[in-house]
Design a protein around this ligand. Structure first.
Ligand code: GAL
Length: 378
């Protein structure tokens, strides 16, 4: 009887997990994914039986990757896998070496969030030669056939939501404007960065074309606005230059498109130094992504306007599901078999839904869902 109840419970949780990635409420997502981890904590999965999974993450300097790594490790170990979790300090060669070691140590599956999405072809050839399966995590690994699945959030949609936030907050749909805006892009070696920018630009372009949004610096090409390594200090330096060259003499900046939180940190620091943040010179609308703690605090304090929330628990659960399928020789559930062409093949992908948090909804999105405690955000 106990067994039957357990089986029903597992089935219900599995359906919940699928729904989590397919719907747009992150609250749903987190509830079902944390339920899933309770399930996996029993460690009863026969597919796992102590097999080694290599998890290669880019850097510990950004909060999100620490959280991604920790969630993956917890879920996998709960299922009975062994985990080799490595961070590469954003250094491409270190990451390649770590992946090589994971192959040598006998990993069955590699989960990789690439630093340079195009630099892993050789090492993944070695993985394939050793029958090691590869899941591209969050960022799509490019230019190699040796990637089995891609698990991510809908990257284009991330940009669309950022663009729409600016559109709404400035009242562009109601014909308001013209407003001054500056645009930032993510790291050019990260394939996601193009999707983020394209998504946001798809919303902002009509207003730029009609003159309701004015990019005062004129810098609109991705190559011009991209920030190598998602580096806060580089974003701050570029914002400093933009202010000096274009906003001297009291000209006001109304919005800044920032693709993620590490850039937003640098942008806010620069604006603060330039005297923004007072009642006669309020901060512009500033976007972000990842809901890193300092950025949520900056949202509460009115410095940053919003941040895209990617529930890393949801993504981790999906990846564990993929690993189970791969090791049982089954097809993993994937929803998108068209979009993510890595210039060698179309990689079957599972796209989780991003949502945004801002100072009005962060309690519901981030605290009620159990992602943060209120005390984390002080
Ligand atoms: C992207 C990722 C973002 C952000 C950024 C910086 O690839 O999708 O969520 O964290 O990297 O590491």
């Amino acid at each position: 009887m106990k067994k039957v109840i357990a089986l029903i419970l597992v089935a219900v949780l599995a359906v919940g997990m699928l729904a989590a990635c397919g719907t747009s409420t992150s609250t749903d997502a987190s509830v079902s994914s944390s339920a899933a981890s309770t399930d996996s904590a029993k460690g009863t999965d026969t597919a796992a039986s102590g097999q080694l999974i290599g998890v290669a993450m880019p850097t510990q300097s950004l909060q999100r990757w620490n959280q991604d790594g920790a969630n993956l490790k917890k879920e996998l170990e709960g299922k009975g896998y062994k985990v080799d979790l490595q961070y590469a300090n954003n250094d491409v060669n270190t990451q390649i070496q770590q992946i090589e070691n994971m192959i040598v140590k006998g990993s069955k599956v590699l989960v990789i969030a690439a630093i340079d999405c195009s630099a892993l072809s050789d090492v993944l050839k070695k993985a394939a030669d050793n029958s090691v399966k590869v899941i591209s995590y969050d960022r799509l690994i490019m230019k190699t056939p040796n990637v089995d699945y891609y698990a991510t959030f809908d990257n284009f949609k991330v940009g669309v939501i950022q663009g729409q936030y600016i559109e709404t907050k400035l009242g562009l749909k109601d014909g308001k404007g013209p407003f001054n805006i500056e645009l930032f892009g993510g790291s050019p070696d990260d394939n996601n960065a193009n999707y983020f920018f394209d998504g946001a630009y798809s919303i902002l372009k009509p207003y730029i074309d009609s003159g309701k949004l004015v990019v005062t610096s004129g810098q609109k090409d991705f190559a011009k606005i991209a920030i190598q390594g998602w580096d806060s200090a580089k974003a701050q330096a570029r914002m400093d230059n933009l202010i000096t060259a274009n906003y001297a003499g009291g000209k006001k900046l109304d919005a800044v498109l920032s693709p993620n939180d590490s850039l937003a940190i640098g942008i806010v620091a620069s604006l603060k130094n330039a005297g923004y943040g007072s009642s006669d010179k309020p901060y512009p609308i500033i976007t972000g992504q990842d809901c890193d703690k300092p950025n949520v605090i900056a949202m509460i304090n009115g410095q940053q306007s919003m941040s895209i929330f990617k529930d890393t628990r949801t993504l981790a659960s999906k990846v564990v599901e993929m690993i189970d399928s791969l090791l049982q020789g089954k097809e993993a559930p994937v929803y998108d078999t068209k979009t993510y062409d890595n210039e060698s093949k179309v990689v079957p992908s599972f796209l989780c839904e991003p949502v945004y948090a801002d100072k009005d909804n962060y309690k519901k999105i981030l605290v009620d869902s159990g992602y943060y405690k209120e005390s984390d955000l002080k």
